[in-house]
Design a protein around this ligand. Sequence first.
Ligand code: ZN
Length: 850
Amino acid sequence: MLIWGCNNKEAIKVEKGVSLELAQWRKANISMVNYKLEFRVPEAYDQQIQALEELTFNLKEVDQDLQLDFKEDASKLKGLIVNGSSVPILFEQEHLILPKEGLKEGFNKVEVNFFAGESSLNRKEEFLYTLFVPDRARTAFPCFDQPNLKATFELKLDLPNSWNAVANAPVGTVQIKDGRKQLEYQKSDLISTYLFSFVAGKFKSITETIGGRTMTMLHRETDENKVARNKDDVFKLHAASIQWLEGYTGIKYPFKKFDFALIPSFQYGGMEHVGAIQYQANSLFLDEDPSQNRLLSRASLIAHETAHMWFGNLVTMDWFNDVWTKEVFANFMAAKMVNPSFPEINHDLNFLKHYSSAYSVDRTEGANPIRQELPNLNEAGQMYGAIIYNKAPIMMKQLEFLIGEEVFRAGLQEYLKTYGMSNATWPNLIEILDKKSEADLKTWSEVWVNSPGRPDFNFAVADGTGTLSQTDRNGDKVWPQSFRMKLYNNGRKDRKELQVVSGGDPYTVALSNSWTDFDVLHNSNGIGYGLFPPAYNMIEKRWESLSDLEKGSLLLNAYENLIEPANHGQGNQYSPGQYLEVLQWIIEREQNQLNLNRAIGQITSIYWNLLDEAQRTALAPSLEKQLYGLMLKADDAAIKKMFFNAFSGVTITELNKQHLFDIWVGTSHAQIEGLKLSENDKIGLASNLAVKMPDKAALITNKQYHGIQNPDAKRRFAFIMPALSDTAAVRDAFFESLKDEQNRETESWVLSALNYLHHPLRKTESVKYIKPSLELLQGIQVTGDIFFPKRWLDANLGGHSSDEAIATVEDFLKENPNYNKQLKMKIQQSADFGKRANAILSRDKKITPR
Ligand SMILES: [Zn+2]
């Protein structure tokens, strides 16, 4: 029987989180949402925050109870008035239920008297900041917590008198009363709940006006030189980003104001709350002599968060399965806009960092596609990771190349205009672009966006034709893409530079008789995505004649091949030791900072992960000597620092450990001319030395602790000190303490501490933490912020390659066959590198005995 047009709709199930079903129903029935919110924040951070809410909205029809999301204890709710009548509090499965009897068609008003939930308020001793992405607004106050029910907010903050604050809208009125400060903000623009935010506390405030725009920055830095050194650049970078985006999009900055706050130990690099961006303070306030990399990262971060004002905040994803769209545009725009500020940097070369990061997931068994399903917002955190931040920009670059820059830009402008102050899906954009382009973008998107993985490229020559083809390890997909390839004729001074279009049909090139002996640089401009055949022999042979970009691409691909266990034993494959020698050769002559940085990074990774202990011990004296010598020789302060960090990272010989100790103490004979160590550097050095010189650990950490000037840095160090202890019982107790959610509150501290707990020199003692760390994962996914589950896994599994470590992970997955699919993928991603290292090391072990 068919019941067409039946009105007897089923009630939406009341379940934890925000289900897609609930969100769709609310989107169809609710509109014109406004939140009036008042928070009274006591100075003492262990006292509760009283709050009042007045929520108004339009309801299309009243056919069932209405669920407001509130992920807190019901006891926090003190009173509820619906449309003027007091209503008993009905609380179920993280929802405050508004019975349909009290609701009406059209305008409704709901008043709630409550204590604010604190799990996402990040309350510290002297400040707090909200961080509600992706579905955490509902942890603080009752709301419709879904990105496509945009609302206006009228916020009132009642704060200690000495505090400053920043929120989404400009301040309307300020009143000082009884030692308290009452800030009443204007009505905000139309924004999603995850973008509602305020920061309040003992912050210093700086205001600057550039190009007619006045911006305010809050910060807690105590080093005035550091502030003076950085502040103007920070403002200028924001102003330049806004100006660039207005030009590219054709849309003026769409919100009422633009401020930002620098927060110590912030969970991420930044978060793009409308008009009130939050940043990790150290990402913007740099130490002296920052490397080009650091300067570029800072500019990119600022550009990224600013780009979100258009991509994400003006047009928002309809549901968090498309959160990647805002991230890819922010990254993509950031890459485009930092160029003018850094003419001396090779941006194509810098773009290669996305490949390393995307491959780190795409080469694993747990690889995820860019676009994923998301049945409930309480799993939205799992959408985040290297694939959306790093593979998506690569995909977007290929897409722009495919349809052309102008069509691409026109498509984005239409998208922003069509969906401004509203929401859109990825298919909405593809539809716009598809109309404007000849290419079949829907098929294209199916592979690049909806599927995981990367192709293997193969180049073969037969009968005067070279053929470049793709294979897919997990099926028969083809990744349509374009990049450049170079062929060098060894017999004569001849070469070919080709623009490859690789897709369903293999790419071919005619090779005349003179092309019998030649070298191939398969992906010379680095744009191609996949594993290309290795070309180790070309590195030293052609290094001097390669462009910076070609060098970077070659190094990237060489390393990808090095960590393919299946490659080892093949004729053209280098062992880790052989490749390390090549890298040592490179760092003697390479001038480009980005390439140098990549080479040093690979050296460090191979040294700790792909050499066995005997090999490492044998290599250490000469490697330490080389890095130290290069540091002394370097004229450029940033390169000097780079070599110093590498030197202190790899050092294991007694002599050099003592030398580092003397540098840290500040002994006069150990001072290195031109090397400036900031307080953060000293803290890092002390931590490193505490692990390497266990008999001095207590002395080092105590002295360092008492020497720290910055109070936030001091709290951080106090937290990680037990992880640096030479006493196993202290470290065990520290790990044990992480089982308590409260002790995981400042996630960046936890991650630093874990890195020391699992330092490569302590692998045999720390392998026992793997199992409990996996057992904690589901809890961490519930309580932690979006990046924490993966970072937690990386910190706990990343460096482990022993048989025992591999078996622990495998047993865990076997014992939990019905484990959450997304979290299982994350475990596979984090465990992947150790598995590769294990396979390569055990293979080497098998062949060495003769
Ligand atoms: Zn972002």
